[in-house]
Ligand binder design. Sequence first.
Ligand code: NAD
Ligand code: FES
Length: 294
Amino acid sequence: MYTILKKEILAPNIYLMDIKAPRVAKSCYPGQFVIVKMDDKGERIPLTICDYDAEVGSVTIVFQAMGTSTKRMAEYEVGDEFKDFVGPLGCKSELIDEEPEELKKKNILFVAGGVGTAPVYPQVKWMKNHGCDVDCIIGARNSDLIILEEEMKKVAKNVYVTTDDGSYGFKGNVNDCIKDLVHNQGKTYDLVIAIGPIIMMKFVSILTKELGIRTIVSMNPIMVDGTGMCGACRLTVGNEIKFACVDGPEFDGHLVDFDESMKRQQMYKSEEGRAILKEKEGATHKGGGCGCSE
Ligand code: NAD
Ligand code: FES
């Protein structure tokens, strides 16, 4: 069993929890995720790791209480226990394997959209711990929904906060902020890492392609069971078929077919949609967890 050590409400419906999970804390890296199962009946919830402390043996997760399971998870309190906390899963961020000396030569911009700020944080912290200064944009719809701003300021060189309604920081979406940095403030970047809603990652990738900046995105939002079994997270990257939970979650944003992913995500929600996908995708569909191959 995995005990909740800390619980915080970061914003309306957005929760942070520290979980006692020493084995995961010792072996995880930024970019990876865990699967949480509350009890025997609970569904498997894949969540990107927000922070970890190998000495304390804790892993920090951040989640939005949206569906039945995450709403139930939000009712758990300090001292309560989760049945399963499986991980680390997925591939670590590609930055982790790069030589810090090479990373230091690059101008890197992280773009964190809404709840996507949580998985951005451990990557920026890793960069700081390895002597690399990076910039970070935190985008939210309004001031109430900004999370981890103070924590991010401790690890990034510059943090630019932008709100869609202008209630705090720069007014506009994350792309407006990127354009302002590049066109008005003379910033140059070699790499962008964008993590947030799929629609945001799509439009950031379109913009950075125009600007000629290589871009990495995290396709965590399309995962369902996170085990490579259900087939939900299938996506096209360049000419290849990939599975976000096994081959990712991070991919080259200029190669991801975002429109297909968003359409597929909608279809996957209904039994009829899953049956159509199974027929269309044949042997590469995977299937099993969703019931469509039974
Ligand atoms: P949101 O809808 O409030 O968007 C956050 C910010 O993204 C906005 O303020 C805006 O600046 C930017 N954005 C949105 N649409 C845009 C567009 N078309 N062009 C440019 N910028 C745009 O975000 P939220 O409600 O906090 O996000 C929830 C979503 O984040 C869920 O869908 C969840 O799956 C996803 N998420 C993704 C990851 C990941 O690893 N990629 C991790 C956690 C959550
Ligand atoms: Fe990747 Fe199910 S989430 S196959």
